[in-house]
Design a protein. Structure first.
Length: 257
């Protein structure tokens, strides 16, 4: 079995794979400082709840965009799972070619998403991840990661509203019944929700146009990607576990070097 860790700015998402099948996925907050023992205890608990022994886990792989988490997390895996995890980074075999101006500055999560989408759907493909930031990454037909766009995420935009504007309240991010809002909360929800749909549709259109791609599949992931994808025809597929699946694919590629 494989444990896959996606360490994002907001959450750490953990996937448990039995060969290629995702049989469990779990989340914990990233920003709460934890020791290796706290991480390790959590791992033991989720495995036990699934009826899985530590000895059943044969490998672990991490994609992280939060460097200060890596030391404790890695030590927890070594101490409690008795494994040295694979870290997604420069030099690792992914099956795609990074052809941006500075490949080393590209986040591991974006690489993993690109791998997962390209391996499952082929190219050209545009991968949208609705996380802390919303990222739009284009992988060409030959597997070349060429272009990327980064925008503020939905929650980040919402936080800016109620932190910077004294009279605006903290709200739930949902699709409002109508864009024709008559009070503050629905007006904020309409602005956030429909604003991000507009952003999504325009960026997809503009990237397709400037890349000269009449045929380009669009796949989305990330927590808020579901409500966005359900409200626009510009997104072809939504997969909440794309990053974890990408990690499993990258792990397999390391075995076939």
């Amino acid at each position: 079995m494989l444990l896959a860790f996606d360490v994002g700015n907001t959450n750490i998402t953990i996937g448990l794979f039995d060969k290629k099948e995702l049989i469990g996925n779990y989340r914990m907050t990233t920003k709460l400082p934890r020791t290796s023992d706290e991480y390790g205890t959590f791992f033991i608990n989720i495995l036990s709840a699934k009826g899985v022994s530590v000895t059943d886990v044969e490998a672990a792989i991490i994609a992280s965009v939060v460097p200060n988490v890596n030391h404790s997390l890695t030590n927890a895996i070594k101490k409690y799972i008795k494994l040295k995890p694979i870290m997604v980074g420069p030099g690792i075999k992914t099956g795609i070619s990074i052809r941006t101006d500075n490949p080393r500055e590209l986040g591991a999560d974006r690489i993993v998403d690109a791998v997962g989408a390209y391996e499952m759907f082929g190219g050209p493909i545009l991968v949208i991840d609705y996380g802390t930031a919303t990222t739009y990454d284009l992988v060409m037909e030959d597997g070349s990661f060429m272009y990327g766009v980064t925008a503020p995420g939905v929650r980040l935009s919402a936080n800016a509203l109620w932190v910077e504007a004294a009279k605006l309240p903290e709200i739930e991010i949902v699709k409002p019944d109508t864009i024709l809002a008559k009070s503050t909360v629905p007006s904020m929800q309409a602005g956030l929700f429909y604003g991000h749909i507009g952003e999504t549709e325009y960026i997809i259109k503009k990237m397709r146009e400037e890349a000269g791609l009449d045929s380009m599949k669009v796949v989305a992931t990330g927590g808020l990607g579901k409500i966005i994808s359900e409200s626009t025809d510009a997104i072809d597929e939504y997969d909440p576990h794309l990053t974890l699946k990408g990690l499993q694919i990258i792990y397999e590629k390391q075995q076939n070097k």
